[in-house]
Design a protein. Structure first.
Length: 90
């Protein structure tokens, strides 16, 4: 289960970083097509950009959920705990 969550986290981070780039390119292309007189192509690019934006929002939410699941599954990390010193009697 842990490998599935790690793989999900990795893909969601990649999508969270790449989808905004695709979104900006689609918005720019849509504006360019509308400016050149192709209203149908511009509208199509804007609709696809809307879907990509929704996918980006879902990827950001998925990144947060997968990160939380990874933290909950791994439990307390032994390396991050302070070293325990033996208590002296006396």
């Amino acid at each position: 289960m842990l490998t599935v969550v790690r793989r999900l986290l990795a893909w969601s981070v990649v999508l969270s970083l790449l989808l905004p780039v695709v979104l900006v390119l689609l918005l720019g292309l849509g504006g360019l097509l509308r400016g050149m007189g192709d209203a149908v192509g511009g509208q199509l690019c804007l609709r696809v950009a809307l879907l990509v934006g929704l996918g980006w929002a879902a990827a950001v939410i998925l990144t947060a959920v997968a990160g939380g699941l990874l933290v909950l599954e791994t439990g307390p990390n032994a390396e991050s705990l302070p070293p325990q010193t033996p208590q002296e009697e006396g």
